[in-house]
Design a protein around this ligand. Structure first.
Ligand code: FES
Length: 206
């Protein structure tokens, strides 16, 4: 674990992280890892560099590899820079059966990127992810906190058009949420609800 990290949380984010850590019994602080990774991702531009993960490890007094293992397992954590809108298309069985491959190919062509890539203007990143628990409305994808369900190619057109028009910046949005929640008495689950409720047009509030 590197204790000479270049990255550090803002005062607000650090206060929030410390509050999260205190929720767990002595010796079980590692349980705060996932909430802290959410905060780190919000603080450090929407993705987790090795420095960011090392910093989280130092806060929890665990080894960096433990953080890398968790961060690389969950698709909601980005291990490289992403665009303002991260499009996550579910490609697990039910969505695949109902055409997720076609949706992915269509977005790739429309945005001139491949899965895992980001558009040159930094607007969109395209990812494929495992089941997002919305199989009954397959095929579906997630952008920020919002689910887009029963997708058709025409719906995809509308969604991408709306993203461009509203310039929803989920990275900035998340970061604002951390600042607000750090000053309140609510917990990380409230952050997620807060993000969901305020999903749209939040970037201009920065
Ligand atoms: S398979 Fe796509 S949401 Fe479950």
């Amino acid at each position: 674990m590197n204790n000479e990290n270049k990255l550090k949380f803002s005062d607000d984010a650090l206060a929030l992280a410390q509050r999260m850590i205190k929720r767990y019994p002595e010796g079980k602080q590692k349980s705060a890892l996932i909430p802290l990774l959410h905060v780190a991702q919000a603080e450090f531009g929407g993705w987790l560099s090795s420095d960011a993960m090392d910093y989280v490890a130092s806060l929890l007094n665990i080894s960096s590899i433990e953080v890398y293992e968790v961060a690389s397992f969950y698709s909601m954590f980005n291990l490289k820079p992403v665009g303002k809108c991260v499009i996550e298309v579910c490609h697990t069985g039910p969505c695949w059966l109902l055409g997720s491959d076609d949706i992915v190919k269509y977005i790739e062509k429309k945005l001139s990127i491949k899965v895992g890539g980001t558009t040159e203007d930094g607007m969109f990143t395209l990812k494929t992810v495992e089941c997002l628990a919305s199989c009954g409305t397959a095929p579906m994808m997630q952008i920020g906190e919002k689910y887009h369900e029963n997708l058709t190619l025409s719906k995809v057109d509308d969604i991408i058009h709306e993203c461009k028009a509203t310039v929803v910046d989920h990275v900035t949005h998340w970061s604002i949420c951390v600042r607000i929640v750090a000053k309140s008495s609510i917990n990380v689950f409230d952050i997620l609800c807060f993000r969901f409720i305020h999903n749209v047009k939040f970037s201009s509030a920065s």
